[in-house]
Write a protein that binds this ligand. Sequence first.
Ligand SMILES: Nc1nc2c(ncn2[C@@H]2O[C@H](COP(=O)(O)OP(=O)(O)OP(=O)(O)O)[C@@H](O)[C@H]2O)c(=O)[nH]1
Ligand SMILES: O=P(O)(O)OC[C@H]1O[C@@H](n2cnc3c(O)ncnc32)[C@H](O)[C@@H]1O
Ligand SMILES: N[C@@H](CC(=O)O)C(=O)O
Ligand SMILES: [Mg+2]
Length: 423
Amino acid sequence: MAVDLLLGLQWGDEGKGKIVDVLTSKYDIIARFQGGPNAGHTLEFDGIKHVLHTIPSGIFHKNALNLVGNGVVIDPVIFQKELKNLDKFKLDYVSKLLLSKKAHIILPTHRLLDAASETSKGKAKIGSTLKGIGPTYMDKTGRNGLRLGELEMPDWKEKYRNLANKHESMIAFYDVDIQYNLKELEAEFFEAIESLKKLPFIDSEAYLQQAQAEQKTILAEGAQGSLLDIDFGTYPFVTSSNTTAAGACTGLGVAPNQINEVYGIFKAYTTRVGSGPFPTELFDETGEKMAKIGNEFGATTGRGRRCGWLDLVALKYAVQVNGVTQLMMMKADVLSGFKTLKICTAYKYKGEEITHFPYNVDKKYVEPIYTEMQGWDEDLMQMTSKEEFPENLNKYIDFIEKELATPIKIVSVGPDRTQTIER
Ligand SMILES: Nc1nc2c(ncn2[C@@H]2O[C@H](COP(=O)(O)OP(=O)(O)OP(=O)(O)O)[C@@H](O)[C@H]2O)c(=O)[nH]1
Ligand SMILES: O=P(O)(O)OC[C@H]1O[C@@H](n2cnc3c(O)ncnc32)[C@H](O)[C@@H]1O
Ligand SMILES: N[C@@H](CC(=O)O)C(=O)O
Ligand SMILES: [Mg+2]
C-alpha cells in the first residue's frame, strides 16, 4: 500500500497546495486526481508566492514526478499559461510532468456553456468559477468528451468540430446574451494544444501500478473540498467531480486497498466561495475580521470568500466519508486576537438537535449550536514548535481532536512552507 491521499474537508481552499508542497520531499510522485483550473493552489517559499491550477503542487521539488490523472479536466490554454508562469523558476518541467491520456479536455465552448448556464440561472446561480468544469464533466459522463489521447489520432479535429458545433447550438438554446468570438478562442486553443503535445501523454493507471510495484511513494492530491463533492456536497452548489477519497480511486486508477494514509485538511474556521448554504457563516465584523486577516480571496477568480466559525458537524461528516486517518489544521494564526471562539457541535434541524450532516443545510432548516472557547492573543506566525503554543490553542486543538476522534498531526501557522508545525 503505497498511496497516501490528501484532500480538503470543507468547501475548498483549506491550503492543500501549501501542504502538498511541504510533504513532497517524502514522495516520488504527486498525482492530482480531479477538478481542473477551477482550483487555485497557493504555494509560498523563499519569499515567492505562486498559484497553480492544474499542475500538481509538487512541481517545485527537484525529484518528484507530477502526474495529472485521468479524473482531471484540462484547459490547454490555462495549462499553457501555467507552464509559462513556471518558466522564470528554471524548472525542467518537461521531464517532471506526466499527463493521463484519459484526462478530458476543456474546450472553449465548454467555458461559454458554463457562462450561459450560470447566466440563465440568475439569482440561483452556482457561483461557478466559469472555467468550463461542469460542461466538460457533463460531456465526460454523457460519453461525448474529447480526451488527451484523442489528440494522437488523425481525426481529432473533426471530433472537436462536431462537439463545438453541438455546444454552439446549446448556447443558442439557453437564449442568454453571451458575447464571444469563437475564431479567436479557437486560435489560442489550437496553439495551446500544440504546446500541450510536447508533454508525455501516458496510460497513467498502468504507470501508477508499476510505480507501486517498484515501491515508489505516491501522494494523491485533491482539489476543492468534500462539501463541494458532486455526491456528498451541498448539491446543487457543488463542483462536478468527486472531491472525496473515492475520487482518487476513479481519478487515478488506484484501488481502495492501495490507499494508506488519508490526510484531511481543514481551516481552523470555515470559508466558502460562490453560492450555497453555509450554516456557520458570519455576516458581522467578526466574519469580516477573519476574511481580512486570512486574506480570503479566491486564488482563481479573486472573489471574496465568505467566512464563519468551525463546523464540526460538517467536519465529522467529511472525516467519515473520506476515512480520514490524520488531520491537518490550517490558518491557526488567523484566529489570534479573537477573545472568544465558537465551534459548532450540533445543528438545530427542523426544531430537533442533530449531530449528523443532513440532506439540506439551508439556513431555513438548520441553526448551528455552538460551544464557546477562550481565544488567544499570541502571534503564532513566528512559532516553530508545538511547545510554544498558547494554552487556549492547545485546548482548541484537543477539543477538535476529541470530537473528530482523529489526531491533528500538523498545525499551519502561516502561508509559508516553513510555517508548518508537526505534532
Ligand atoms: N495565514 C495563513 N495562510 C495560509 C496558511 N496555510 C495556507 N495559507 C494560505 O491560505 C490560502 C489557501 O487557499 P488555496 O491556496 O486556495 O487553498 P487550496 O486548498 O490549495 O485550494 P483549492 O484546491 O482551490 O481548494 C492561500 O492563500 C495560502 O497561501 C496558514 O497556515 N496561515
Ligand atoms: O467547479 P465550478 O463550476 O467552477 O464551481 C462550482 C462551485 O465550487 C466552487 N469552487 C470551485 N473550485 C473551487 C476551489 O478550488 N476552491 C473553492 N471553491 C471552489 C465555486 O466557487 C462554486 O461555488
Ligand atoms: N479556487 C478558487 C475559487 C475561486 O478563486 O473563486 C480559490 O482558490 O478560491
Ligand atoms: Mg483554492
